[in-house]
Design a protein. Structure first.
Lengths: 429, 405
């Protein structure tokens, strides 16, 4: 009571003086004065630097966003048409916590197959997620909550944000061998050893296709062997599929690794993204799915995934999901989409060939076979950080310091300049 | 093969969103959904604002628009305009570049990102939240790793503010504790402090170095005026101190499903604000990388056009006025029916919700016998009412109050 009286009296005195006379407040220092400036994100920081560069010759082969042969970003025709149909919709209400049911249904068909028995039997717990990042994060949080003693095995190398995701979810990380620097291909025996030596029932992160950043994928035969070993060790396989359609141009082909594991009876988890294959980067639309024992368990698991989404963002964004449903739900638009994905994939495959041939024509002492062997948006060039820095400072070519080149940023207009620059910084190797 | 998740239990339905699920499953033609706080017209239809339609059409018709990743912190012009909206165009904090604004996924996302930042960088990990508050608040803060304490807020006896209790509880909080404040139109009670009471709260909080975290989900909805509804936030910022603000465009622009909002962190200096922003990026990147482009583009389009902005304020006032009129109609109808009790809180409370004072049993009765869907704490969404449905609700309340304990 006394305090309230004091405050009331103070308030009436205070009313005579403007608020700006609160000298005590102004002399207080900030709560945040000990906050350190954070390091720039290694991937997204590249584009920031590129944009700041005034050179007319500059080339951005950093972030993995597709460009056409004129170096321009692309909005797919099927997406534009879908947006025309959606505009003027009278629905802008909240989606359910698990997102758009229609969008999720169509998305599961892409990963599990149109006629998947698992879809028919309703054994898949699935929620719309914030693109691939959001799907991975929800899974990591779910893993932490329901398998609290578990760790995640992550390939070396991997997309740098994978480490951030599982770290922020508080799930301890281990690595497994993946890339072979000597062959610039897969270190298959190293991978299998690590899978064998991991404790039974370990969680593994696998890139379903078009491994980021290396572009190195196991063959079908190798996937089968990996799957068999996983079975013997009772490991959990979590697939990050961010490039379905982009690797070979054929979405069914690109989901082969997943189909192999499903055939072998694994209860897998999958993160799917429409950022690249539908060009919906900024819409943040994707899906997290977990294959369960039966329908009852799928309902249960889905309910728990929703409990993790609710305190993060309540429910996922509508627009991207509407675009996906509109396209995949209309046979003509879906067919147009498949054509457009193939065009993007083919352009990238074409640029790989051109880049390799250009380097060979320049008389490079090194082998550039890996440029055409690797698959998907990225080429793991083998360039060292020092060589990458030279490419940036001397030639205004921007890529991540691990030597990863986004082939989507290579065009007939810049491939010659790029090949020449790479040759210059590597010819004395 | 056995699932590694076979021991997982089914989670309970979300109490708020679960109401709509139950409503949708009810075949009765008399049903009324007074659950989730989404605006409805007099005809009971959801509303896409005309100005939003126009903004969307503009975006669709612009062939130069691309859909690439936007920066981790979101669209720059959206962020600037959002800070201006809540702080006022003449805010010294903005002029001095002391505000770090990050586009987030509506109010929920802004709260969660802010809470995660506080957990990492603030010296206190306890947050005081009002009793009662939006059901999702404690979950958001718990998952961010903060511990939650309550301060007294609602007085069931008066159906108004327990101001003494509030001052005592905040007065007893440890120095530096974080305090969640509903900027206006408190959810679920509709009870707001007066401006004199806000001033006392401000002084108490500053004297104890308590850190304000404003949740502003209804700017424009409470009184119909964007400036009036921002008053509490602006007086805190005007004293030069620091605070966090979570803004949502779900209700005031009807952009619910697009998940548009912003987190603003008002700092002491531009240098600190810049460092703070860089650290918030590290929270966002492993959560969803960058926020969704569509809703924020609509908001930016509207806020940067003076014509569209004006049209928006008119539509916003229209929504607020309809809600105020529903309060009046409900109150007068209860008076006319002679329903026992004092129902004046219906017109004293403000914003989308009325905390009726009905108890769990009465609510369950109203759902079962009258197909009225509302949250079990007695909260009704005024936006879900229309002149046509007021009589049915009055019958239900009257029956509940006279027949159920």
């Amino acid at each position: 009571m006394a305090m309230a009286m004091t405050i009331r009296n103070a308030a009436s005195r205070r009313a005579m003086n403007p608020i700006s006379a609160d000298f005590s407040l102004r002399s207080m220092s900030s709560w945040w004065k000990n906050v350190e400036p954070a390091p720039k994100d290694p991937i997204l920081g590249v584009t920031e630097a590129f944009l700041a560069d005034p050179s007319p010759d500059k080339v951005n082969v950093g972030v993995g966003a597709y460009r056409d042969d004129n170096g321009k970003p692309v909005v797919l025709e099927c997406v534009r048409e879908a947006e025309r149909r959606i505009a003027g919709s009278s629905f802008m209400e909240y989606l359910p916590m698990g997102g758009s049911v229609k969008m999720v249904e169509e998305t599961l068909k892409l990963a599990y197959g149109d006629d998947s028995e698992f879809i028919k039997d309703k054994r898949i717990a699935a929620v719309q997620a914030l693109s691939g990042t959001g799907a991975c994060r929800l899974f990591a949080d779910f893993q932490k909550r329901f398998c609290p003693g578990s760790q995640i095995y992550i390939p070396v190398p991997t997309w740098s944000n994978h480490h951030n995701i599982w770290r922020d979810a508080d799930v301890p990380q281990k690595t497994y061998h993946y890339y072979h620097p000597e062959t610039k291909g897969l270190n298959f025996s190293g991978l299998m050893d690590d899978v064998k030596n991991a404790p039974e029932g370990s969680f593994f992160l696998l890139h379903a296709c078009a491994h980021n950043p290396t572009g190195v994928d196991p063959t079908d035969e190798q996937w089968r062997e990996i799957s068999q070993l996983f079975k013997a060790k009772k490991h959990f396989a979590f697939f990050d599929m961010a490039y379905q359609g982009f690797a070979s141009g054929d979405p069914a082909r690109d989901a082969k690794s997943i189909r192999i594991f499903l055939e072998d009876g694994h209860h897998i988890g999958i993160s799917q993204s429409y950022a690249k294959n539908m060009g919906l980067y900024g819409q943040r639309v994707g899906c997290l799915s977990v294959l369960c024992e039966d329908e009852k368990q799928a309902v249960t698991v889905k309910s728990q995934l929703q409990q993790l989404a609710r305190p993060m963002y309540s429910n996922p964004p509508l627009h991207g999901a509407q675009i996906v449903s509109t396209i995949l739900g209309d046979p003509e638009l879906k067919s147009l989409w498949l054509k457009e994905v193939k065009i993007m994939a083919d352009r990238i495959i074409g640029m790989r060939t051109t880049l390799r041939e250009s380097l060979e024509k320049l008389g490079s002492p090194l082998s550039w076979e890996h440029v055409t062997k690797q698959i998907g948006m990225f080429c793991y060039s083998g360039l060292t950080p020092k060589q990458v820095d030279r490419l940036t400072s001397e030639y205004h070519i921007y890529m991540t310091r691990n030597g990863r080149i986004s082939m989507a940023g290579v065009t007939t207009g810049n491939v010659g300049y790029l090949a020449n620059a790479i040759h210059e910084v590597t010819k004395s190797s | 093969m056995d699932s590694v998740f076979s021991k997982v239990d089914r989670a309970p339905e979300d109490p708020i969103l679960g109401v709509t699920v139950a409503y949708n499953n009810d075949p009765s033609p008399a049903k009324i959904n007074l659950g989730v706080g989404a605006y409805r017209t007099e005809e009971g239809k959801p509303l896409v604002l005309d100005v939003v339609r126009r903004a969307e059409q503009q975006l669709v018709n612009d062939p130069s628009r691309v859909k690439e990743y936007i920066p981790i912190v979101g669209l720059a012009d959206f962020n600037k305009l959002s800070a201006k909206l809540i702080l006022g165009g003449d805010s010294p904090a903005i002029q001095e570049s002391r505000v770090a604004t990050i586009q987030c996924l509506s109010g929920t996302g802004s709260l969660r990102v802010g809470a995660e930042f506080l957990k990492k960088h603030y010296h206190q990990s306890v947050i005081y939240i009002p009793k009662p508050t939006w059901g999702n608040h404690p979950k958001v803060f718990n998952l961010a790793g903060l511990s939650v304490e309550y301060y007294r807020y609602y007085d069931p006896a008066t159906r108004g503010l327990d101001f003494q209790g509030l001052l005592e509880d905040l007065g007893g909080a440890p120095s530096g504790a974080i305090v969640l404040l509903h900027a206006c139109a408190h959810n679920p009670t509709g009870v707001d402090p007066t401006s004199e009471q806000w001033e006392q709260i401000r002084q108490l909080m500053r004297s104890k170095s308590l850190l304000p975290f404003f949740d502003s989900a209804y700017q424009g909805f409470a009184s119909g005026s964007l400036d009036t509804d921002a008053h509490s936030v602006r007086t805190f910022v005007a004293d030069g101190g620091e605070c966090l603000i979570a803004q949502s465009y779900a209700k005031n622009m009807g952009l619910y499903g697009e998940r548009v909002g912003a987190l603003s962190i008002v700092c002491k200096s531009a240098d600190v604000a810049s460092k703070v922003e860089s650290q918030v990026k590290l929270v966002v990147r492993p959560m969803y990388s960058s926020p969704p482009i569509h809703g924020a583009s609509i908001v930016a389009t509207i806020l940067k056009s003076s014509e569209m902005y004006n049209d928006w304020t008119i539509e916003l006032k229209g929504m607020a006025d309809r809600i105020i009129s529903m309060r009046k109609q409900l109150f007068e109808a209860l008076q006319a029916k002679g329903t026992p009790g004092d129902w004046s809180h219906i017109i004293k409370q403000i914003g989308m919700f009325t905390f009726t004072g009905l108890n769990k049993e009465q609510v369950a009765f109203m759902t079962k016998e009258f197909h009225i869907y509302m949250t079990s704490d007695g909260r009704i969404s005024m936006a879900g009412l229309s002149s046509k449905t007021v009589p049915h609700l009055v019958d239900a309340i009257h029956a509940a109050v006279t027949r159920v304990g």
